[in-house]
Write a protein that binds this ligand. Structure first.
Ligand SMILES: [Zn+2]
Length: 305
């Protein structure tokens, strides 16, 4: 065995890098470095409506300024669409995809009784049971799953995670009628192809893990372990987002703060830098992650600079 650790940081380039992103980036970086492994950067720019070139350049530059240097060339989902198409073709040939002609109103109607925290899907299998015959608008493609369970390892848990997936309910759209690939699908393909051994990300994405694990298994790849870290929240309990002011690295920098002060702040919120002293990335790597207080649902940050 002895597979070498491969981790990744995978931001969506929809804004400047802020404290919430940097928190996840630094944890994933330290996890990779402490394991003597590789740290990769992937731009989740599949949503071309929301992602912009300028954000990709800015995130790359900002990570560099903070001292977080990826070990390999940055991956971009927009450059991987041939691969997604290839898998779509394989899966269609294998009969695990089916066309869906349900309109938005119908999907909203059946989604009105969600099961919070359980999964992110809620289809009723209509088009699997009644294949659309004539359709004037482009069809979306759904994954025809079966009832079953997926297993994966969650960081810090002694027991393996066992999650149920249901036929119909979890038949998620892999490709929309307008051609756009589903986020869960793209993430799973990317993690599989990049040989990721541990996924470090915010715990807001924990619920999507079973669906991604199913796709990774369907691709015949090794399932990574998952490390869902606490979300940073503001005083009102809202998750930090790009809409908030004063939390981006660029605003920090403009206010005369250094990268070491920002890293020091991240370590402060992780409970391993009580005096809030400036720290380097190397200092962060030197503190074993098991000492970081990451076993919490969220971490409240003080008001922005
Ligand atoms: Zn349908």
């Amino acid at each position: 065995m002895g597979t070498k650790y491969r981790g990744r940081f995978a931001p969506s380039p929809t804004g400047f890098l802020h404290l919430g992103n940097i928190w996840v980036a630094l944890i994933s970086y330290c996890a990779a470095r402490q394991a003597g492994g590789t740290w990769l950067l992937r731009m989740e720019d599949i949503d071309t409506q929301r992602c912009r070139e300028e954000w990709i350049a800015a995130i790359t530059e900002d990570l560099c300024e903070l001292g977080l240097h990826p070990d390999e060339v940055t991956a971009r989902q927009q450059e991987r669409t041939d691969r997604y198409r290839e898998i779509m073709t394989d899966w269609r040939t294998a009969g695990v995809l089916y066309p869906c002609s349900c309109n938005r109103a119908r999907l909203q109607q059946i989604a009105s009784a969600p099961h919070p925290g359980e999964t992110v899907s809620s289809y009723d299998g209509h088009c699997r049971l009644h294949p659309p015959s004539v359709c004037t608008r482009p069809l979306s493609w759904r994954y025809a799953g079966e009832d079953g369970i997926v297993r994966y390892v969650e960081h810090g848990e002694t027991e393996e995670q066992v999650r149920a997936l249901q036929r119909y309910r979890d038949d998620i759209v892999v490709q929309r009628g307008d051609g756009m690939y589903n986020y869960q699908f793209a993430v799973a393909v990317d993690d599989a192809d990049m040989g990721i051994t541990e996924v470090v990300r915010g715990n807001d994405l924990a619920a999507s893990t079973p669906l991604q694990v199913r796709f990774i298994r369907a691709l015949g790849a090794a399932v990574p372990s998952y490390f869902h870290v606490p979300l940073l929240i503001d005083r009102k309990g809202q998750r930090l987002s790009k809409r908030q002011r004063g939390i981006t690295w660029r605003e920090y920098r403009a206010a005369g703060k250094s990268a070491e002060q920002l890293v020091g702040d991240v370590l402060f919120y992780a409970g391993v830098n009580p005096q809030r002293a400036p720290r380097t990335v190397a200092d962060a790597v030197a503190i074993p992650l098991c000492e970081w207080q990451l076993n919490r649902p969220s971490v409240q940050v003080e008001d922005a600079i």
